[in-house]
Write a protein that binds this ligand. Structure first.
Ligand code: C6P
Length: 413
């Protein structure tokens, strides 16, 4: 769209690419504020999907016929596009997975099971999503390694003094969430990566809530691994990305065995294909991978810095409006220090009831533990309601949320 990074987004124009936002429920137009769970898919990405199935659907790396060649080239180039999007060296560092969860499991199984043992430590944060938390916890149990957590303070910000003490020569892996899907906190990943690398530990970054919402450069962050999901960034479901530093991926054993990940197979043994195919066994999600590249194009055309600013403005506004209510508790750092989401509770109304009432006004938010049960335990609540913003949301939609929360209060008064 060729406008300066500081210009607000042309939300009206963006919304025209998302016909789903025109849906109405009970006479009210949908207000979709559940973008941290999944985002919608713009027309150019939908067109990429239909073009694929109408024009060049074929398996990749398995045929020399025209369709297979076209599909293979598009699928491989999608890796290049994603590499460019996050500042990776090239396609060899981009493994297509199903989602963020598969990305962390790949590293945990292919690297963790082989490399961790008694005396080793995996350091995480108290705000990790279950995708990382449960995975490293279970791999630690299998290997005898120990898990430690960097604590958060009252504002939901990491205690970096504690981080400096917890990360030691015993640390083998530091797995850190870039932007919290519950608190909205954006963590100082490069600072944490420096601490980890000072002790020769690897750094895994859960970027599920950052790659879709702000510029992310794996080199600047100092990530050895970084994972995210296509469905949270205008792409389809069923496609995710694991970035791995080339030298580290080279050393790692494969995660899944089978077709396409091999170089030479005999009845006795096998050798592995080059990166990244060594980690992409079997027929991959071809169309979804190609569509993810189209999603990168779509977001880059809008501008990731402008997207970040737009979301931050909405989150700040929602934070201000919600904290102005005496009986609402908002979790996480102040409005000017958070990513594009706000988790909260209305006194004496369960988050599920709250989300059900606002749904009566066609306002879609999420309620629950957001796959961060230990964090909710720490906050002293079983669940919270959460509004999360994206490129197509407006201040008027925040007003509708706030009005619906008011209605819920009156209903339960
Ligand atoms: N969070 C949410 O509503 P998958 O499901 O693999 O695409 O993403 C997992 C995941 C990992 N890390 C973070 C920080 C996440 O937010 C998520 C997904 C969704 O918050 C579903 S629980």
């Amino acid at each position: 769209m060729g406008v300066p990074e500081t210009e607000p987004l042309d939300v009206g124009r963006i919304r025209a690419d998302f016909p789903i936002l025109d849906r109405e429920f009970g006479g009210s137009q949908l207000v979709y504020l559940d973008n941290a769970a999944t985002t919608h898919t713009p027309e150019p990405v939908v067109e990429t999907i239909t073009d694929y199935y109408r024009g060049y659907n074929a398996n990749v790396h398995r045929g020399i016929h025209h369709l297979s060649q076209e599909a293979s080239i598009a699928y491989e180039e999608a890796h290049d596009r994603v590499a460019e999007f996050i500042g990776a060296v090239g396609r060899e560092e981009i493994v297509f997975t199903k989602n963020t969860t598969e990305g962390v499991n790949l590293v945990a199984y292919a690297w963790g099971l082989n490399e961790l043992g008694p005396g080793d430590e995996v350091v995480m944060t108290e705000m990790e999503h279950h995708a990382s938390l449960v995975t490293w916890q279970q791999i630690a149990k299998k290997t005898g390694a120990e898990v430690k957590y960097i604590p958060i303070d009252e504002q939901g910000t990491l205690d970096m003094d504690a981080a400096a003490e917890l990360i030691t020569d015993d640390t083998a892996m530091v797995s850190v969430i870039h932007a919290s899907n519950t608190l909205g906190t954006v963590n100082p990943v490069s600072e944490i990566a420096d601490l980890a690398h000072d002790h020769d530990a690897y750094v895994f970054v859960d970027a599920a809530q950052s790659v879709p919402n702000r510029p992310v450069d794996v080199q600047e962050l100092g990530a050895d691994f970084l994972a995210f999901s296509g469905h949270k960034m205008c792409g389809p479901t069923g496609i995710g990305v694991l970035y791995g530093r080339e030298s580290v991926l080279e050393e790692m054993e494969p995660y899944l065995y089978g077709g396409d990940m091999i170089l030479k197979v005999t009845y006795e043994d096998a050798t592995w294909n080059e990166l990244p195919w060594k980690f992409e066994a079997g027929t991959p999600n071809i169309c979804e991978g190609i569509a993810l590249a189209a999603a990168c194009d779509y977001l880059d055309e809008i501008g990731m810095e402008r997207i970040q600013k737009h979301e931050e403005r909405l989150a700040q506004y929602a934070y201000d409006e919600l904290t102005a209510m005496d009986d609402v508790e908002v979790y996480g750092p102040p409005g000017d220090q958070r990513g594009g989401l706000v988790a909260f509770n209305l006194e004496s109304v369960h988050a599920h009831d709250l989300s059900s009432i606002v749904n009566d006004y066609a306002v879609a938010i999420r309620a629950g533990d957001h796959c961060t049960q230990p964090l909710h335990d720490k906050l002293g609540v079983a669940a919270s309601a959460r509004a999360s913003f994206y490129i197509y949301n407006t201040r008027e939609e925040v007003d509708k949320l706030v009005a619906a929360v008011d209605e819920a209060r009156q209903l339960f008064a």
